[in-house]
Design a protein around this ligand. Structure first.
Ligand code: NDP
Length: 315
């Protein structure tokens, strides 16, 4: 028999959004229960140095910042549990959620902070340097600064890839953009901007065969032209992947309104409300535009305040 736990507030996910929601909810005496999810600490645990989160003048590593956020949530007695939610059944009054540890949670409010996962090409060499923190990144805004004055490669052909290539072009001596088809998927205006940037070289019909490197990090990308079959090595110290993100929202799809790519839709812009009263969303699960730790934290705060107001109005 499962073990039933009644809570005022369940927070799903442990990135900056989830922990900020927990800090606010705990300080409002909502005694939040937080499930960390499959990647405790979220996407920031795969980044090296975070230099753009206000309040850290000397920067901080992603994992270190997540430990601090967790400690801050624990200080106000958030019940933080390792594990993940496998199923939900959102109702009119009580929202039921099941965790992989056998707990059945009956929550008056739920804050979804499950985030999104960057997609990677899936090459063994790409994953090796990603895990090493040695030159593979899925976020130019986060990591571009480390490659200033150097040469980088970026994979992708959508709006994100164009935006990030342009961002990198201001920092790097040269950016090589690898587009697997014969044209961009990005909007005309974004593609045009990239085309007109002198230090961005676009290679169409080009796929990556291997991310090359040494003990320190990336040194190049071995690529192939899929039409001519010509192979070559492009020297670079940074290998950026911008081929899209997948929001972690699949378990909510029967209850929560999602857009065509799986992002949760806000029921009321400017709030954290979803289409289900009492269920709120924060962070990247609903944000395909900004995707920053600071914006996730901001919306985590909004979700906790909205949940608190919802409970006050109900009781
Ligand atoms: P998209 O899904 O739009 O584009 C992904 C790109 O990655 C496609 O060009 C695709 O190529 C390419 N790709 C996918 N898999 C691989 C692979 N294995 N190897 C090489 N290339 C691959 O994702 P985005 O993140 O760019 O955009 C997501 C959404 O956010 C879009 O709706 C976009 O318009 C929006 N957005 C808007 C911005 C803005 O307006 N400022 C900025 C950023 C995003 P292919 O074309 O061959 O399928």
């Amino acid at each position: 028999m499962s073990n039933i736990k009644n809570v005022q507030c369940l927070i799903i996910g442990s990135g900056p959004a989830g922990y900020t929601a927990a800090i606010y909810a705990a300080r409002a005496d909502m005694k939040p229960l937080l499930y960390e999810g499959l990647q405790p600490g979220g996407q920031l645990t795969t980044t090296n140095e975070v230099e753009n989160f206000p309040g850290y003048p000397d920067g901080v590593t992603g994992p270190e910042m997540m430990v601090q956020l967790k400690d801050q949530a624990l200080r106000f007695e958030t019940d933080v549990r390792a594990g993940f939610i496998t199923k939900v059944e959102f109702g009119a009054d009580i929202h039921k959620c099941w965790a992989d540890d056998g707990t059945e949670i009956h929550a008056e409010t739920v804050i979804i902070s499950t985030g999104a996962s960057a997609k990677y090409i899936g090459l063994e060499s790409e994953q090796k340097y990603l895990k090493m923190g040695g030159g593979v990144s899925a976020c130019a805004v986060c990591d571009g600064f480390f490659y200033r004055g150097q040469e980088t490669v970026i994979v992708g052909a959508g709006d994100s890839a164009c935006e990030e290539a342009h961002y990198l072009s201001k920092l790097c001596t040269k950016v090589t953009m690898l587009v697997r088809k014969s044209d961009f998927r990005a909007s005309k205006i974004m593609a045009e901007r990239v085309r007109k940037t002198p230090n961005i070289e676009i290679l169409f019909n080009t796929e990556t065969l291997e991310v090359m490197g040494d003990d320190v990090g990336v040194t190049g990308a071995k690529v192939i032209n899929t039409i001519t079959k010509e192979e070559k090595v492009i020297p670079c110290t940074g290998f950026f992947v911008a081929i899209g993100h997948q929001p972690n929202t699949a378990i909510f799809k029967d209850f929560i309104d999602l857009d065509e790519t799986g992002y949760i839709k806000y029921a009321q812009p400017g709030t954290s409300k979803t289409n289900i009263p009492g269920v709120f969303v924060s962070g990247d699960a609903a944000d395909k535009t900004y995707r920053q730790a600071i914006t996730a934290a901001g919306t985590g705060c909004m979700a906790a305040l909205d949940a608190e107001r919802y409970l006050s109005a109900k009781h």
